[in-house]
Design a protein around this ligand. Structure first.
Ligand code: F6R
Ligand code: ZN
Length: 185
């Protein structure tokens, strides 16, 4: 019997599990510019790479009980002092929970319930975050290096971005002279 090499999941960008079922997407500022307060983004700025998402599963994604394993890399970008953030979403299926865990860098995880109440958790290497199914979640990079987090969630969860567009997270996150500020909209 041959012993198999393990999947080095945190090295997904290294292509260790390339050729298997890895999905990859990336967002440029032009894709997410409406999240930011600033309306003065240059055409050149719009091509800034903001974040990358890898996700991986085996077997049938429509099968209840199957899981995604994911890696999000959020680059250290500030738009007039506002911190880089993911779009943020609820899961379409509000029963589907998720775990995030910090790998590298420094961030915040914003959690918002369906009434629009928000809380924030510090994300750092080794931190573990349980995201209940009925909470919208957004990651924010508050550091100077890429924020890398791992994630695990059901393949049948889906992404509901529309609910967050209609009821945005109530705080914007800024870094001002090294200090993190949560500013109410
Ligand atoms: C999956 C999940 C993450 C995010 C990723 C990008 O349920 O929460 O994989 O999808 O961090 O964030 P969004 O999808 O909000 O752009
Ligand atoms: Zn999610």
């Amino acid at each position: 019997m041959k012993i198999k090499n393990p999947k080095l999941w945190h090295k997904m960008p290294g292509g260790i599990i390339e050729g298997e079922n890895v999905l990859y997407s990336r967002k440029y500022l032009k894709d997410v510019e409406n999240l930011y307060k600033s309306k003065e983004i240059s055409n050149e700025g719009k091509n800034t790479l903001m974040y990358e998402v890898y996700s991986y599963s085996e077997g049938d994604e429509t099968q209840y009980g199957n899981l995604f394993w994911g890696l999000t890399i959020l680059h250290p970008v500030y738009i007039e002092k506002e911190c880089n953030m993911t779009k943020g979403h609820f899961h379409e299926n509000r029963n589907c929970v998720e775990y995030y865990f910090g790998l590298e860098g420094e961030g915040l995880l914003l959690l918002m319930d369906e009434m629009g109440q928000m809380s924030a958790e510090k994300v750092l290497p080794g931190s573990l975050h349980y995201i209940a199914g009925n909470f919208a979640h957004r990651l924010v990079n508050i550091g100077e290096i890429p924020l890398k987090i791992g994630a695990c969630w059901p393949t049948t969860a889906g992404h509901d971005y529309r609910a967050v567009e209609e009821m945005p997270f109530p705080y914007r996150i800024y870094k001002n002279n090294g200090k993190i500020e949560l500013v109410e909209r």
